[in-house]
Design a protein. Structure first.
Lengths: 101, 183, 429
């Protein structure tokens, strides 16, 4: 078996990133779009931690900050969703178009 | 020789663990974006998060793995499940799941994937396999030194740490205010 | 394989750290068996103790004094019909108790029964424990949602809101205990074995350190852990009079028993955290005050004495049983049970006597291991009894009172204790 190198982790991270991007661009359900954003953030974290194995602890510290940031963003995003759901009773992104002319 | 004790060479413990965790992560990621039912997507995302935590452990980053499990899988996903249960209405399961412009999104993502793979192929020389001396037992102390500082002087990321706490405060206030019925 | 078995004996690190997977597997099997036996014993003690608190007798028929009642309950639950609601989400319904069980049992990997008697000594031990026990919330939420019915959903949402709120106070109390581990060496540790060794090196249980700060953190943790495991007086989400059994309403038979197993296992796990962090883990009482070979020998007799006392109770029960022919089998059963306990007591006495003093020979190492495990299990058993005592004594909290306490009382107090501990720790240096 070929020994596992950093490249292997980067490929996994790239796959997760692309899956998250497909989710954001294609799905109609807002909650699933937010979950795809979490997938993207995880892919970035994996990338950072894989490189931090070579180049010091900065990558891991940055990954911790990204996790903190993701928590804040999930809370605010879901708050916006709930506030909107109270008004229009839908969770599909293409029906959230109150500002369109 | 016990393969699990392969410390000090390439950043891994055992290939089987890596392939298993990577497969779990990618397959669950696929399930996240394709399931009709939002709760199934959330459960698949939990499996993804736990597999990624396992990958962090393989990269000798135990503290980040612990934080991932506590914050992401144990906190953020509970929040997601709560909101899904609050806004879940019956008709969403029977509606159309994907956008009308989904082919364009898929094409763009495939272009992105091609870009990534080209970058990996071309940039092979940038990822040498050398390993910086990072003894795993001192990982937590190292992160603490970077975040809090040690021996009387500020760490490299202490200021960022304080700003992150301010960010969390703002997020808490924002979430509370946004979900109030009358401000 | 025998080579692998023999090479680990006499080691001073847990088997996973020594790289010995076989012994790690053996430890895992022992822990699994031990937790199952402990859950059954806990079930019996809970029913008998609650009954005696309420001036009645509890189960008396199934075995002598109801000793075989847990086995009868387990058999009944396994043979019951498995009812799955028609409109429920079958996959998630099936999966939910497994999530709860996984979260409750994975925690046992890092629980230290002794300085090398753990499956693995991760250097993020306490972080791992907090994280995995917070995954138990997911089991409850999915169980409530999958049942597709009102009461389970409300029960699940309330229960998970409660668990998440008390996790914050729990985490802060744990942090204030971990702060204390750094006071003698300048570097703290997150590993469970390291925390107990810090208490041993500082010569004081963290419960009494910087009195009353250690005590405040311990009390906050003790209250939060009762709320974490959904036990009385915080059991609004699963109480029968409130929500028709809450999130596990629709579960019957074996699935319900999985939930109960997960709940009891989680109780034992959080009690182990409390014992490790504040009560000195596997250390015997007064290690510094009452030292010397004579005191060591006296304290090493305690396991045998405990089993001898239990055997004494069993024999007393045998003698006091009415001498009617209906009770003949129960009398014989209880007498046999007493004989088994007495045999175990004799065995422990023999090990204590044979291995006294030095720890070099086999009996000495056995004695040491048994002593460590005994003191740890005794302290956890005290916590288990406290859980039952709370349930018998206190009325249930209403849900808004519960959340108010979690956020407005426990969080500020635990924050204050943390800051005070840090300040005192720096000043004492």
């Amino acid at each position: 078996m070929v020994p596992i190198t950093t490249l292997h982790y980067l490929v996994v991270a790239a796959a997760l990133f692309v899956l998250g991007t497909i989710g954001v661009l294609t799905r109609r359900n807002v909650v699933i779009v937010l979950m795809s954003i979490e997938l993207i953030l995880n892919a970035v974290n994996l990338n950072l931690v894989a490189f931090s194995r070579m180049w010091g602890l900065g990558g891991q510290v940055f990954a911790i900050f990204i996790i903190v940031d993701a928590a804040a963003e999930a809370a605010v995003g879901l708050g916006i969703l709930i506030a909107f759901f109270r008004n229009k009773e839908t969770i599909n992104v293409d029906e959230i178009d109150l500002l369109k002319w | 020789m016990n393969p699990a004790l392969n410390v000090g060479s390439a950043p891994v413990a055992t290939p089987w663990f890596f392939y298993g965790l990577a497969a779990a992560a990618v397959i669950s990621g696929l399930l996240v974006i394709t399931r009709r039912n939002a709760v199934h997507s959330a459960l698949a995302l939990i499996v993804t998060l736990l597999s990624v935590a396992g990958l962090y452990l393989m990269l000798y980053a135990p503290f980040v793995a612990g934080v991932q499990i506590i914050v992401y899988a144990g906190g953020i996903m509970v929040l997601f499940l709560f909101v899904i249960m609050l806004v879940s209405i019956e008709r969403t399961v029977k509606e159309r799941q994907f956008n009308r412009i989904w082919p364009i999104g898929l094409l763009a993502s495939c272009a992105l994937l091609a870009l990534f793979l080209t970058a990996f192929k071309k940039g092979q020389s940038l990822f040498p396999n050398r390993v910086a001396p990072l003894p795993e037992a001192l990982n937590t102390q190292g992160i603490a030194a970077a975040l809090y500082g040690e021996a009387g002087k500020m760490g490299q990321y202490t200021f960022a740490f304080e700003i992150a706490s301010l960010l969390l405060l703002v997020a808490i206030l924002g979430a509370v205010i946004m979900t109030k019925k009358k401000i | 394989m025998v080579e692998s078995l023999m090479s680990y004996l006499g080691s001073t690190v847990p088997p996973s750290n020594a790289g010995n997977q076989l012994w790690a597997l053996i430890y895992i099997l022992i822990i699994f068996a031990g937790v199952s036996v402990a859950v059954m014993a806990m079930n019996w003690i809970e029913r008998k103790a609650l009954a005696h608190f309420q001036i009645r007798l509890g189960p008396m028929r199934v075995g002598p004094h109801g000793l075989l009642q847990p086995i009868a309950d387990a058999l009944k639950l396994m043979l019951k019909e498995d009812i799955i609601p028609d409109e429920s989400d079958k996959a998630v319904f099936w999966f939910a108790p497994i999530i709860g069980l996984l979260a409750a049992f994975t925690v046992y990997i890092v629980i230290p029964f002794g300085p090398s008697q753990a499956v693995s000594d991760m250097n993020i031990g306490i972080l791992f424990m907090l994280g995995v026990s917070s995954l138990g919330v997911l089991g409850i939420v999915t169980a409530g949602w999958a049942s597709n019915s009102h009461y389970p959903l409300i029960g699940a949402l309330r229960s998970s809101a409660q668990m998440v709120s008390y996790e914050v106070a729990m985490g802060l109390a744990v942090v204030s205990a971990i702060l204390m581990t750094s006071l003698n060496t300048g570097t703290g540790t997150l590993s469970m074995i390291g925390i107990v060794e810090a208490q041993r090196d500082q010569g004081i249980w963290f419960l009494f350190k910087f009195f009353p700060l250690g005590l405040i953190a311990f009390v906050i943790f003790a209250i939060a852990m009762v709320a974490e495991t959904n036990r009385a007086p915080f059991d609004l989400a699963e109480a029968e009079s409130e929500l028709t059994a809450g999130f596990h309403t629709e579960y019957s038979g074996l699935r319900w028993s999985l939930f109960m197993l997960a709940e009891y296992a989680a109780m034992i796990a959080v009690s182990s955290i409390a014992v490790t962090l504040w009560l000195g883990g596997w250390m015997r009482p007064f290690p510094a005050l009452l030292h010397g070979p004579a005191w060591e020998f006296i304290f090493s007799l305690f396991p045998g004495l405990t089993f001898a006392a239990l055997a004494g109770f069993a024999f007393l029960g045998t003698i006091r049983m009415p001498s009617h022919s209906f009770f003949k089998i129960q009398r014989i059963g209880l007498g046999a049970f007493g004989l088994v306990l007495a045999f175990i007591a004799l065995l422990l006495f023999a090990i204590a006597v044979a291995g006294r003093g030095d720890n070099a020979n086999l009996a000495g190492r056995f004695r040491e291991g048994i002593d460590y495990v005994y003191w740890f299990v005794l302290k956890v058993a005290v916590f288990m009894y406290l859980f039952i005592w709370y349930r018998a004594t206190w009325p249930r909290y209403r849900f808004d009172q519960l959340m108010k306490i979690g956020w407005k009382v426990m969080l500020p107090i635990s924050l204050g204790a943390l800051i005070a501990t840090a300040v005192v720790g720096v000043l004492v240096k």
